[in-house]
Design a protein around this ligand. Structure first.
Ligand code: SF4
Length: 525
């Protein structure tokens, strides 16, 4: 699927500690719910022993997201922290097991859903930043991203005639035939569903399912974008020096079939959500099941009283970044930009710097769009998933994107924006992912602040004409390669780095005991 700024990079608007756990799992759950027409009595969730999920699914929010999705909820639903119990209260039996499946992707979900009339299986992977792909359904190899309406037709006998009839009367992006043994399923991807009237005249259909899209920007038929890498973008621009934000608008217009006004308005809405979250964080958040309490209020007081070291706008950036992280850890609403773990560095830096410069929300939106295009280049070549790439994929990407955004706020050139993005990512290559007590708070708070500080430094260096030497695409490829050399223990598995310090282990035990006593039966809900 072609990357979209709003689908893959800036968003989703969500609650929870981790987008690759909560938001992606929620989207998987929603598709699974549609597959069962919302009627099921048993859910079996299986995670591969060698993946990242056996040690993280509970505390990093996979369960919360998955069961919220199975309830049909949205990613920012305030009921999400209690989703498992709510699903159980509807009479659904839930089992979560660790198995030896040999899944190649560390974030693989294997679901079996049973109802009174039918059973279905679904295998999906979370690919980072809330994105997911369904890779198998009832044993058929598929590729579904939730970016269109999916009509699934189980067929008895030869399906070729049915496909020909369908193609003659229905405008589809794609009509795919999946076969396994003597079983056949026809998958129709389109902007709408195949209607009952058409289905009634087709022969051999034994079952029909309709899976609704779960992404904000739909894919069209034969969608094409003008560039997918930084080098292609620079070639396309051919030295005209078009601002990065405008190139981003052009990209998203092509990707999503949107007008320029729609793209900018969508991003202004994101800016408003971020600003509300910042205010909420500074005012103070509360949540029992977290490592850190409310800290940014004190920072705000000291900053206003002139009692901090003079950091210029950097102090306001630190305040906003930490406020957003506190909102995230209290299950408040945040924008995963590009992920929930690294939700604060980029928007916190943009809003703080724009306010310091007396710029309006449209200027903030344009900076976010510029950052979004850098994110497109990263997501197209690689990933935002810490389970695959460590924190260089989350915090490193956020720093790179934020650096380009801050050059945009300063009215810098396209060359300077790209140089800042390259320099910021260069200095975060190799960063591991090792959250303490399986909560995305420590060292994530400091890593977000570091990413934002790094972004500011690199933006100013780029504005002053510093040479990044290595082009951005090559830096991304390097981070990707380094990720393959990083052991699994330091890629968000809770098995290495700070995660296994004596203090972290003691904290995790303390939080687990508190959760068990809060829920009464020790199920961890
Ligand atoms: S260490 Fe980095 S990648 Fe890992 S959870 Fe924290 S912010 Fe995300």
């Amino acid at each position: 699927m072609i990357v979209s700024i709003f689908n893959d990079v800036i968003g989703p608007v969500m609650r929870g500690p981790s987008s690759s756990h909560c938001a992606a799992a929620l989207r998987i759950g929603r598709l699974a719910r549609d597959l069962m027409d919302g009627e099921f009595t048993d859910v079996l969730v299986e995670f591969d022993r060698e993946g990242s999920l056996p040690t993280t699914h509970d505390t990093q929010g996979s369960d919360m997201g998955l069961f919220g999705g199975l309830m049909g909820w949205n990613a920012d639903d305030e009921r999400l922290p209690g989703s498992m119990q709510t699903l159980r209260d509807t009479g659904v039996r839930i089992a979560i097991e660790t198995v030896d499946a040999g899944d190649p992707h560390p974030n693989t979900y294997r679901l079996t859903l049973r109802g009174e009339r039918e059973t279905h299986t679904l295998r999906a992977i979370s690919t980072g930043g809330g994105m997911m792909e369904v890779i198998a359904l009832d044993g058929f190899a598929v590729s579904m991203f939730g970016d269109c309406c999916e009509t699934l037709l189980w067929v008895d006998g030869d399906a070729k005639e049915l496909i020909a009839s369908l193609a003659s009367c229905f405008e589809a992006h794609e009509i795919l035939l999946h076969e396994s043994g003597n079983r056949r399923m026809v998958e129709v991807k389109a902007v709408g569903f195949v209607g009952d009237k058409i289905i009634s005249v087709l022969t051999g259909i034994t079952s029909v399912k309709r899976l609704f899209p779960v992404l904000p920007v739909m894919s069209g038929k034969d969608t094409q974008v003008p560039y997918g890498s930084c080098a292609e973008m620079l070639d396309h621009d051919a030295g005209r020096g078009t601002p990065l934000w405008r190139l981003a608008v052009n990209y998203e217009m092509a990707r999503g079939g949107l007008s320029e006004d729609e793209v900018i308005a969508k991003m202004v809405e994101i800016v408003r959500i971020v600003r509300r979250s910042i205010a909420e964080g500074i005012a103070g958040t509360e949540y029992d099941d977290r490592v850190l309490g409310h800290q940014c209020g004190r920072f705000d007081e000291m900053m206003r009283a002139g009692k901090l070291l003079d950091g210029g706008a950097l102090n306001r950036i630190i305040l906003y970044v930490t406020a957003l992280m506190e909102v995230k850890s209290s299950m408040g609403v945040i924008v995963a930009a590009p992920t929930a773990g690294a939700c604060a560095a980029l928007p916190g830096a943009i809003v703080a710097m724009a306010e310091a410069m007396d710029l309006n929300e449209e200027a903030m939106a344009k900076a976010l769009l510029a950052s979004g295009l850098i994110g497109v280049f990263i997501a197209t070549r690689w990933t935002f998933a810490a389970e695959v790439g460590g924190c260089q994929a989350e915090g490193g990407s956020a720093a790179s994107m934020a650096a380009a955004a801050m050059v945009t706020l300063a009215g810098g050139s396209l060359t300077q924006s790209v140089a800042a993005a390259s320099m910021a990512l260069q200095s975060m290559i190799g960063l591991i992912c090792d959250p303490v007590a399986n909560r995305v708070e420590v060292p994530c708070l400091g890593k977000n602040v570091m990413a934002a500080s790094n972004a500011l430094s690199c933006a100013n260096m780029a504005l002053a004409g510093y040479d990044p030497v290595i082009p951005l695409d090559e830096v991304i490829d390097t981070a990707k390669h380094v990720a393959t050399q990083m052991p699994r223990e330091v890629r968000c598995t809770n098995l290495g780095g700070l995660s296994i310090t004596p203090t972290a282990i003691a904290l995790e035990e303390k939080l687990a005991a508190r959760r068990a006593s809060a829920c009464g039966v020790g199920c961890g809900c």
